[in-house]
Design a protein around this ligand. Sequence first.
Ligand code: 9MR
Length: 428
Amino acid sequence: MRSTRWKAASRAAIALAGAGALAAGMALFVTAPASAGTTLGASAAEKGRYFGTAVAGFKLSDSAYTTILNREFNSVTAENEMKMNATEPQQNQFSYGAADQIVNHARSRGMSVRGHTLAWHSQQPGWMESMSGSALRQAMLNHVTQVATHFRGRVVAWDVVNEAFADGSSGGRRDSNLQRTGNDWIEAAFRAARAADPGAKLCYNDYNTDNWTHAKTQGVYNMVRDFKARGVPIDCVGFQSHFNNDSPYVSNYRTTLSSFAALGVDVQITELDIQGASANTYRSVVEDCLAVARCNGITVWGIRDSDSWRASQTPLLFNNNGSKKPAYDAVLAALNNGTTPTDPPTDPPTDPPTDPPTDPPTTPPPGRGGSTATVSTNQWPGGFVATVRVTAGPPALGCSPVSTPPPTGPSATKPWSHTLARTALPAT
Ligand code: 9MR
């Protein structure tokens, strides 16, 4: 797989990620783990992950804000601009201006975009709040279809459904107008999203699902297991991970992530913030993600403390004047020390994955100058991640910084993300 073109790369790892059929898309991470990254995004990419932030569209005119955003992050979630009340303020009248501004800002700088969110009991437009029954079901499905279609090819993962489970000990669904349309509303939303954008990863996203022993966590787990068993198109689970004194980080968080991953879904930390921003706790969260092969990205819910929905808790990585906090240093160090995405999870899976197992790496004999290349793939229904690892021979073969991305081949039509650190000299 392009091994001659890349054989002189200096200890480079390339992850190709795609969704849908081969023709639907690919993504590249090209990195040089030998040199530690100096930004969150670059360091995460070296481990085959992204590091993202929530972005508020109206702050894109704040240069202090965009300086940090553009320097540190390689994934973006619209904090409010893709929600139902923002994108369909009047029934069947869609409004994408604010969301498109964020998407364009991100994609023009090589950042990927998480879509948040297609169906939620909260932040509904007024016309939807007063609906019920089959009319609401149809309106919800139309919303999912229209919005996912609008962003098709530009959003790598959607929070299709947000926060549908109840807090407390029931482990069941939250009451809402959407829930009252029938228990199958979640899977109906996922099927509509898949039909509208077959290339996007489709996630269920929730909060207070971090503690493996909690009923809510188990309720979501059972739903995902059931969806996988019945072929409902779900690819990922988002853990918001808003940690605070009432809902603290717990040491079984890694078990939660790995147990969900063992169901055959990716797991993503989607709205991370930690009251007081303990460096140790941030470090633990990053280490837990890196320990789970299918934990493929972390998003913090804002940039500076003053950007946080919980600003008084000072829960983020940058202080109000944009300086890096100790938590930032801890996260960067944890990313640079972390494992690669092809490592197995550290916790044993609680159930066998339902997806086909990851192919074993194929290791050709060492090439000229002692170079080696391995290729492994991780597949799920409708998509795949291919990881190409190239280890160089002696420095005499040479490598140099580049400014253009590698060729992605005739079937790579939708870049997911790429970070390019080094390239190979042509084989001679
Ligand atoms: O950060 C968002 C804040 O600006 C909004 O006022 C609020 C309205 O519900 O939503 C916040 O984001 C939420 C996210 O969409 C879902 N998980 C909880 C987040 C914090 O409330």
